[in-house]
Design a protein around this ligand. Sequence first.
Ligand code: SF4
Length: 380
Amino acid sequence: MSSARSGSRKASGPGTARSDADRRRDAAIANSVAQWFTEHARELPWRDLPPGERDPYRVLVSELMLQQTQASRVAERYPVFLARFPDARALADADEEDVLALWSGLGYYRRAKHLHAAAKAIVERFDGEMPRDPKELRSIPGVGAYTAGAIASLAFDLPEPAVDGNVTRVFLRLLGEPLSLNTPASQQLASEAARVVLTSSAEGGVGPGLVNEGLIELGATICTPRSPSCERCPLAGLCVAKRVGLTETIPAPKKAAPKKTIHALAVLAIDAAGSRLVERRGDSGLWAGLWQAPTIESPEPIDPATARPGGVAPGEPIDEFVHETTHRTIRFIVCAPAPGKIKPSTGALWKPPAEIERLGLSSAQRRILLNAGLTSPPED
Ligand code: SF4
């Protein structure tokens, strides 16, 4: 790996010539990260075996759960999910309802649907066994370059990059490249740099899985977006950004897209037996496939006098709150219909709270239907 700073050499790839100095640097990065990770890795439930020796299905589950969700929250849900779906066949055979219910609290429910589709593909196309080949891994629904690299390296110890935003940030700083994160240029640069480091580690007898997971951990815990802990970093002596004082300005800031505001009017209809009226959301868009109290959403404020969520006249407001997701601000008004005959539209069902608890619900709808707090991560 060599600096790709403007006007200097491009990052070398496996097919390009590398100088002895580059090779020594690649080896130093691999060795330093591997040693640091061996000594400082956090204990997490998906790290039950050393990197390079793990069950590929379990790597798939943990990696999909970890996308956009804090490790501490995944640590709570991962063992529960695996107890119910211990392998690809068990997950492939499950009802989507059950999969979404066990995903509750992790947010970004599209990932649960992708994981379910992935399990079906693994059973149908690979007889229930995850393939080793990164190209075949990428042919599985929901498995992109990062996840394929994570599975190939953490399960099969192959020198495949697994470059997420954290790892990209590490390489941008290491190389002193003032690019923004999540751009094609920065991802390509980080991916090429990671590949030469991993190839170097494999040649030197250091497991690529160990180095990959070390890089991921370093980006998550040491080389953080703000105030990186350079004094504790195993790469401090090799880092261009640290040497020239650019750790706070690399990566370059990216202009955030403004959040969309959505107005939502929900009705909490409860019958004489205590059952609540619920409906299932559509198969695409926000919270696809999850259950909810009948709810109408609009970019404009909704007039309860004329709106009819689920065919029900909303009645008096009983709650009002704002729910933030990564890309949206959702302003909820919750109404209670007047007692008496409620004639819901087709598709809405009465269900008791014990049954609702087992359904896939967003945390906003959990608050509405079960009076539970909003404690979940951003959901989109
Ligand atoms: S020295 Fe600092 S900026 Fe450089 S890789 Fe380590 S933590 Fe990141």
